[in-house]
Design a protein around this ligand. Structure first.
Ligand SMILES: [Zn+2]
Length: 387
């Protein structure tokens, strides 16, 4: 029997210093005396929407179990110890293949299995209109069909979230069937009317996919589908907090409308996240420019070509540029996504006995506020110096 390890930090929610004993889960949490020198301690971050990072791509044609295992390990080093692989609009065959590769990765590697609560299928049942469709391939957009989701589940029980556009008359009935399959429905990439949005939520849709993006660039000032999604407290919303997809004032107001209990940050990162600034060729977006601040745009245009920032980047952005207090920002990357994303482990997103031993140490104050300095995943140090 090995001795449990311990870690010390300041719990920002309670404003006290704590010592945590852990092996792969938290064994005890003990209050200790004041010490100004300790960093903030928080649960590992949870990213509900990841397409790729560091050249590794969930949606590439040659995705393998090793791609997923490597991606999981790279994200963990950043502080993202739980993540939701996100498969975008493609043929049923391609979606099934990607699902099988993710499942195999989880069967091979227990750490990857622990890090992935479920898989998010973003599409193919989305708007076919330019604008709300975003960069999803129009050739593979198709009408909402719960039977196809049932077939995905046969290939892999890991499907946990499906993003749909509820713009058709049968959408509420289809959504109710998807919920009966045990799959969460997220509203996104949509041109649905406010009434159709409300009907979808009443039928069981519980999430909004990157609210404020994946919608027409021009909308009636009111009513419109954004206000409806912001106002409905039954709906939790993922927000891309990279500083490019939503201007700071928009992000601030959306967080206030939803509150950090119902808003969670996602990276929506692509394989180019973590790459050097410059011109790159992508599998879906053609030639793109990656600016030093992480803005990814199609060459020669002002159009965003996906996200290249990480979840910790977005976390720092909401502290430094949106003005959120650290405990509020933390909820949106820990306890809130842990609650609203299907399949998460018991106690995830909290520092309590029985929770997974996933921790990040964070600089609490000063110019480096919000910077992650150390990461522990399933009881093992994955970045921040030797164990
Ligand atoms: Zn999207």
């Amino acid at each position: 029997m090995t001795h449990p390890k311990t870690i010390v930090g300041k719990d920002p929610h309670r404003g006290i210093n704590i010592e945590i004993a852990y092996d792969t889960t938290i064994l005890s949490v003990r209050e200790i005396g004041p010490d100004q020198g300790v960093p903030v301690i928080a649960p590992g971050f949870i990213d509900g929407q990841v397409n790729g990072y560091g050249g590794l791509d969930v949606n590439s044609a040659d995705v393998s179990p090793q791609t997923i295992i490597n991606l999981s390990a790279e994200l963990a080093k950043l502080g993202v110890t739980t993540w939701v692989p996100t498969i975008v609009t493609a043929s049923e065959e391609a979606i099934t293949v990607a699902l099988e590769q993710i499942k195999r990765a989880c069967d091979i590697d227990p750490t990857t299995r622990a890090a992935i609560p479920c898989v998010h299928i973003e599409g193919p049942f989305i708007s076919d209109q330019d604008g709300p469709r975003g960069v999803h391939d129009a050739a593979f957009v198709r009408p909402l069909d719960a039977d196809e989701i049932r077939r995905w589940l046969r290939a892999s029980g890991m499907v946990g979230i499906v993003t749909v556009s509820p713009h058709t008359p049968d959408a509420p009935a289809q959504i109710a069937r998807i919920r009966e399959l045990g799959v969460e429905v997220a509203i996104g990439h949509t041109h649905a009317s406010p009434e159709q949005i409300t009907a979808a939520i009443t039928a069981g849709a519980g999430l909004a996919t990157h609210l404020g993006n994946g919608i027409a660039t021009t909308l009636p000032r009111h009513p419109n589908a954004l206000w409806t999604q912001l106002a409905d407290d039954r709906l939790a919303a993922g927000l891309i907090a990279d500083g490019h997809h939503l201007p700071s004032d928009t992000l601030k107001v959306m967080i206030r409308a939803k509150t950090p209990e119902r808003a969670y940050l996602v990276s929506d990162s692509t394989a180019l996240a973590g790459s050097a600034p410059g011109r790159h060729r992508t599998s879906v977006g053609g030639l793109v420019d990656l600016a030093p601040g992480g803005r990814l745009s199609h060459v020669g245009t002002d159009l965003l070509a996906g996200a290249a920032a990480t979840l910790p980047d977005g976390f720092r952005n909401v502290i430094r540029n949106v003005g959120l207090e650290l405990p509020e920002a933390l909820k949106m990357v820990t306890s809130t996504p842990a609650r609203v994303i299907p399949g998460t482990r018991p106690g995830l997103g909290h520092l309590r006995v029985g929770s997974p031993a996933d921790f990040v140490l964070i600089t609490g104050e000063g110019p480096g506020a919000g910077t992650i300095t150390e990461v522990i995943q399933s009881g093992r140090k994955v970045s921040g110096g030797p164990e």
